[in-house]
Design a binder for this molecule. Structure first.
Ligand SMILES: Cc1cc2nc3c(=O)[nH]c(=O)nc-3n(C[C@H](O)[C@H](O)[C@H](O)COP(=O)(O)OP(=O)(O)OC[C@H]3O[C@@H](n4cnc5c(N)ncnc54)[C@H](O)[C@@H]3O)c2cc1C
Length: 343
C-alpha cells in the first residue's frame, strides 16, 4: 500500500498532465481535476519552440512528441508584403493539441492516475498538496481574441509563416496530420459577423489580412477545428505567492514566441522533485511552494521579459511599420532575438 501523501492538480492541460504523468511514474498518488474533456481542439499555434531535451527526458515526453513535425524556416509578412525569412536556432515541434492532450490524458490514466473530467474546482482557498495548472488567469479588460482553425491543402512558403495584420498577427504551420494550423491573436471587434468559416475568413480580412484569407479560402476548412478564446492578458500578472502555479496560471507569454507550451512543461519539471519529496513525507508544504515557485520564476523570467517587450511591435500599426522597416533593412536581429527567447 502506498504511504505517500497524495497530490491534487487543478487543470489537465499540458502543465497538469505532464506533471501528473511524471509523478505517477514516481509512484505518487495523483488526482487531476479537469473542467473539460478529451480530445478537444484548443486555441493554440501548435508549434513548440524552445523545449529543452532535458525537460523532455525528465518528464518522459518523447513518446508523445514522436510524430510531431520538425520546423525551422520562418517567413514573415506584413499584410501581403514579405519581410524576409530566418531560421530558428533549433527546430520547433508541431503537433495538434487535439492529439497531444488526449495522448497525455490516456497515459496518465494508464499509469494509475485519477483523471476527473468535467470537474471545475474552486481555486480558492489553496491547500497543502494542491497544485494549480488551470491555465491563464482571465482578464475581463483584455482586448484580444485568440482564433484557430485547421485547413487542408494549403501550401506554405516556409515551415512557419508569420503574418502581421491590423491589430493582429497570425501564424501558420503544418502539423502531424499534414493539415495546416492557422492561429492568431486579433483585436476584438465590436460587431463580428458571420459564423464558422465565414467568420474566420471575415476576421482575417477585417484585420488587413485579405491576401492570407484568400489563400485559406482555397484550402479545405475543417469546421470542427475552429475554436476561439478571449480574456488573455500579456501584462505582468501579480504573482500568487501562496500556492504552486504552473504553466499559463503562473504567467502567459505572448503566443508569437511558440513558448507557452514549453514553459508549461518546464514549470512541471521544476515542480516534480520537490513534490515527490513532499509526497514521501519530507518537508513542509510552505517550503515546497517557495522552492517550486522560485525555480519556475527563475526559468521563465528572461523569456517573459524579452517576449513582452517585443509584443507591442507586432500588434500596433505604427510599431509594425518600424518593425518592417528595420527587418527589410537587415537591422532587426530576428535570429538573435529568437535565440534569446528560446534559450
Ligand atoms: C492565440 C494563441 C496561440 C498560441 N500559440 C501557441 C504556440 O504556437 N505555441 C505554444 O507553445 N503556445 C501557444 N499558445 C499558448 C499555449 O496554448 C499555452 O501556453 C499552454 O496551453 C499552457 O498550458 P497550461 O497547461 O498552462 O494551460 P492549458 O493548456 O490552458 O490547460 C489548463 C487546463 O485547466 C482547465 N481548467 C481551468 N480552470 C479549471 C478549474 N477551475 N478546474 C478544473 N480545470 C480547470 C482547463 O480546462 C484546461 O484544460 C497560444 C495561446 C494562444 C491564446
Amino acid at each position: 500500500m502506498s504511504m505517500r501523501r497524495p497530490i491534487e492538480i487543478v487543470g489537465g492541460g499540458l502543465a497538469g498532465l505532464s506533471l501528473g504523468i511524471a509523478l505517477r511514474r514516481a509512484d505518487v498518488p495523483v488526482t487531476i481535476f479537469e473542467a473539460g474533456a478529451y480530445p478537444r481542439h484548443r486555441v493554440c499555434g501548435e508549434f513548440i519552440a524552445g523545449l529543452k531535451t532535458s525537460t523532455v527526458a525528465t518528464l518522459g515526453l518523447e513518446p508523445f512528441l514522436e510524430e510531431a513535425c520538425r520546423h525551422q524556416r520562418v517567413a514573415w509578412f506584413s499584410r501581403s508584403r514579405s519581410l524576409g525569412t530566418h531560421s530558428l536556432p533549433r527546430p520547433a515541434l508541431a503537433i495538434s493539441r487535439h492529439v497531444l492532450d488526449a495522448r497525455l490524458a490516456d497515459a496518465f490514466t494508464a499509469l494509475g492516475g485519477d483523471l476527473q473530467c468535467h470537474q471545475r474546482v474552486e481555486i480558492e482557498p489553496p491547500q497543502p498538496g494542491r497544485v494549480f495548472a488551470c491555465g491563464r488567469r482571465r482578464s475581463s479588460r483584455s482586448p484580444w481574441l485568440g482564433l484557430k482553425a485547421h485547413v487542408a491543402g494549403l501550401p506554405l512558403e516556409a515551415d512557419l509563416e508569420f503574418h502581421l495584420g491590423k491589430g493582429a498577427y497570425v501564424g501558420l504551420c503544418r502539423i502531424e496530420s499534414g493539415v495546416v494550423n492557422v492561429c492568431g491573436l486579433l483585436r476584438r471587434e465590436e460587431r463580428p459577423t458571420g459564423q464558422g468559416r465565414e467568420f474566420f475568413l471575415g476576421a482575417l480580412r477585417r484585420h488587413g489580412l485579405g491576401a492570407l484569407a484568400g489563400r485559406v479560402a482555397e484550402g479545405e476548412f475543417i469546421p470542427e477545428s475552429l475554436t476561439a478564446v478571449a480574456g488573455m492578458s500579456y501584462e505582468n500578472e501579480a504573482p500568487l505567492a501562496d500556492r504552486i502555479s504552473l504553466g499559463d496560471h503562473f504567467a502567459t507569454i505572448p503566443p508569437y514566441t511558440g513558448n507557452g507550451m514549453s514553459l508549461a512543461f518546464q514549470s512541471a519539471e521544476c515542480a516534480l522533485l520537490p513534490l515527490c519529496e513532499w509526497s514521501r513525507g519530507r518537508g513542509e508544504w510552505a517550503e515546497v511552494v517557495t522552492a517550486v515557485m522560485r525555480a519556475v520564476r527563475a526559468r521563465a523570467a528572461r523569456r517573459l521579459r524579452i517576449a513582452r517587450a517585443l509584443h507591442p511591435y507586432l500588434l500596433s500599426s505604427p510599431r509594425q511599420f518600424l518593425f518592417g522597416v528595420a527587418q527589410r533593412a537587415g537591422l532587426l536581429p530576428l535570429r538573435a532575438m529568437t535565440r534569446a527567447i528560446h534559450a
